[in-house]
Design a protein around this ligand. Structure first.
Ligand code: OAD
Length: 240
């Protein structure tokens, strides 16, 4: 990382777990409580938006209460030092930007904006949504957060930029993602096929670990990034 400097990161829900936002999969995950086929598809939203808002309300309030943790701050520090070039995030919580990262590609959109799927008008979430309510457009339709639900395409600019970053980086850090959702899970493969080293930061192995990953740094995002930031500041410290 110190030599190549053109490092890109792909982050997932795991990087925000230490900010109090539960991941999607696993025993504490959101999908244990809400079946994604019933609560997280575009089809489900069109059919029963009030039901989908039961899950969305929880996401909006948890994200709204969260603050960046040491891992988000570590990523921002690495960008400031010219080591990390961009962060591609599947997260919709805005915590990378809150920590100070500037080049953030939001692959699955964000929770800050609501959009009307009928007339396409957009609103800041904090202006239209109150706990226990369903946000409405001026045209009376129920608004949808500007996040990618299953069955929706990735915003084209985010997809283009993410693939370009993956094709041209020297190192791809894959942090806190189970890499089970397509097309985000293709990003590590694109980077690897284009010659990048793939470094995974995750307490658990994933489907990438045995096939794509060159180095698995096993630990939480804040532990491992804390070590990396320290080492890059002073390589003489040796192995953490
Ligand atoms: P997942 O919930 O699938 O995976 C979270 C990953 O984070 C797991 O591999 C955990 O082992 C790891 N993890 C947990 N705690 C961690 C910590 N403290 N530090 C580092 N890693 C930790 O979340 P994603 O892979 O982000 O998409 O899920 C991808 C997509 O699936 C989401 O963007 C969302 C979801 O369905 C849509 O809704 C379209």
């Amino acid at each position: 990382m110190a030599e190549r400097r053109n490092v890109v990161a792909l982050t997932g829900a795991g990087i925000s777990v230490e900010s109090g936002i539960p991941a999607f999969r696993g025993t504490q995950g959101l999908w244990e409580k809400y079946d994604p086929m019933e609560y997280a598809t575009l089809h489900a939203f069109v059919r029963s938006p009030r039901k989908v808002w039961e899950m969305l309300s929880e996401m909006v309030s948890v994200c709204g209460d969260a603050a960046p943790n040491a891992a988000h701050k570590g990523m921002a520090a690495l960008e400031k030092r010219g080591v990390v070039r961009a962060v591609i995030t599947q997260n919709v919580d805005g915590l990378h930007q809150a920590a100070g990262s500037r080049r953030v590609i939001e692959y699955h959109g964000n929770m800050e904006t609501l959009v009307c799927i009928s007339c396409w008008k957009r609103y800041p979430t904090r202006e239209r949504w109150r706990p226990g309510t369903v946000p409405l457009c001026d045209c009376t339709e129920i608004l949808k957060p500007d996040v990618v639900l299953f069955g929706e395409p990735i915003p084209w600019l985010a997809q283009e930029q993410a693939e370009e970053e993956a094709r041209t980086c020297g190192v791809l850090l894959v942090i806190g993602t189970s890499a089970q959702v397509s097309p985000a899970c293709d990003i590590p493969r694109i980077a690897k096929e284009s010659g990048a080293a793939v470094i995974e930061i995750n307490p658990e192995p994933t489907s990438l670990t045995a096939s794509v990953t060159d180095l698995h740094l096993q630990g939480t995002a804040s532990e491992v990034l804390g070590c990396l930031v320290g080492l890059l500041r002073n390589p003489a410290n040796g192995h953490p």
